[in-house]
Write a protein that binds this ligand. Sequence first.
Ligand code: 5RP
Length: 222
Amino acid sequence: MNETDKRLAALAAIKEIQPGMVVGLGTGSTAAFAIEALGERVRGGLAIRAVATSLATEAHARAVGITLIDLPAEIDLTIDGADEIDDGLRAIKGAGGAMLREKIVAAASKRMVVIADGSKRVAAIGAAKIPVETLPFAQGFVAARLEKLGGAPVLRAGFVTDQGNCILDCRFAADTDKELLAAQIDAIPGALGHGLFLTEVDAAYIAADGVVTRLERGARTR
Ligand code: 5RP
């Protein structure tokens, strides 16, 4: 992972933010670069309002002067990180444990942009663990169901989500059908959200060795 590239990707993405927009703010170290840079623009006079995807992001955004609002029906643009992303803009998220709110914010967004350094870009997603936010009451049940689906769930030790839930990190065979898997996890009672973002991402800014590449759903531009 490369901090300079994370920052470059973040700086490229925040250029999309226009006055008056409602902006979704992602979670993680790459999103933090975007929040920092957006804060600078806000202090310079840019009028936007933002929605945070985690308590950590909320605190960071407030600290840099960004006005936060509750989740509205529609968000203009969301900028967030990812753990893996492929050229079809299918992503795995949630190493930071915020994927439930991130998925809701992505769903509310007219446009969702992923920012990442080059280490996150993969030929096909699937090597990363897929995190599943789970109601603590249902932990054993959900773990058993995930095992039945071919996963190997491991409780993220000492971690509690912003909603007070636990996370089961789950490895699946790389060639698992992700669309089917997402639907199957969605159908487990007590599984509240997961890190498969198969349709939500509209574009990605990926920086590798100082060069930013923009991927757009359905097209590719550099
Ligand atoms: C948090 C996330 C993060 O966006 C993802 O884990 C990437 O984080 P980082 O930019 O620190 O590598 O999905 O739930």
